[in-house]
Design a protein around this ligand. Structure first.
Ligand SMILES: Cc1cc2nc3c(=O)[nH]c(=O)nc-3n(C[C@H](O)[C@H](O)[C@H](O)COP(=O)(O)O)c2cc1C
Length: 206
């Protein structure tokens, strides 16, 4: 194989690791955790990318059923390319704090706009994954200001349902209660190290 062909096939076979920053507070607690997960996932075998939802234009789903026959969403905004990234990712990290016991509005809007992928999977009976040869897995990263017993359960239920639609295996969560003010996560004894280790672990195959 020529060296350029080899380089091309290496790029093609790299694991695509996609991090989604779902908080509207830039450089806040979930951003810091996500950055560590992504740093842990840096490797010659991986290609990493972070998407910051609060900087994108993502309208809520209108339930117009415009996608129902084709699996194509009719709303022209940043979800057009982000849906493609989601379908191509081999590893997905969703980071969102708890807002009123659920995901942030930015995160939920993105998830609802994956209704077009739900159509691809359940109506058209195709796979939401573009590269079906690689196993896809994802994790959920979150924090909340309080320490209620069920603080992360509603968000986790939504994320699991979303991953199922994306044909992504839910590989667990990294969540921290009692983290409220900006940067509070840096005072946690293990959180950032845990996040880095999780990023490393994500690269191991299933
Ligand atoms: C609109 C809003 C709603 C919130 N709702 C909750 C909640 O229901 N439960 C909770 O424990 N914390 C809640 N919080 C606190 C955030 O989860 C907390 O401040 C978190 O550290 C923010 O993460 P970030 O820095 O990544 O944005 C809320 C914060 C905001 C701004």
């Amino acid at each position: 194989m020529s060296s350029s062909k080899q380089a091309e096939s290496e790029v093609k076979s790299k694991l695509k690791v996609l991090g989604i920053a779902g908080s509207p507070r830039r450089d806040g607690n979930t951003d810091l955790l996500l950055n560590q997960v992504m740093a842990g996932a840096v490797s010659p075998q991986a290609e990493t990318k972070i998407v910051i939802l609060s900087e994108l234009s993502i309208a809520p789903c209108r339930h117009c059923d415009g996608c129902i026959k084709t699996g194509e969403c009719i709303i022209q905004d940043d979800m057009q390319w982000l849906r493609r990234d989601l379908r191509e990712a081999d590893r997905l990290i969703l980071a969102s704090p708890v807002f009123f016991m659920g995901l942030t509005a930015q995160t939920k809007a993105m998830i609802d706009r994956c209704q077009a992928l739900w159509v691809i999977k359940y109506v058209l009976r195709l796979s939401a994954a573009i590269n079906k040869d690689k196993e896809r897995k994802g994790i959920f990263v979150s924090v909340g200001g309080t320490k209620l017993n069920n603080l992360f359960q509603p968000s986790m239920a939504t994320v699991k349902s979303w991953f199922t639609t994306l044909d992504i295996e839910y590989d667990g969560e990294l969540v921290f209660p009692s983290i409220d003010e900006k940067g509070a996560i840096t005072k946690h004894p293990t959180a950032l190290k845990d996040a880095f280790a999780l990023g490393q672990k994500l690269l191991l195959t299933l």
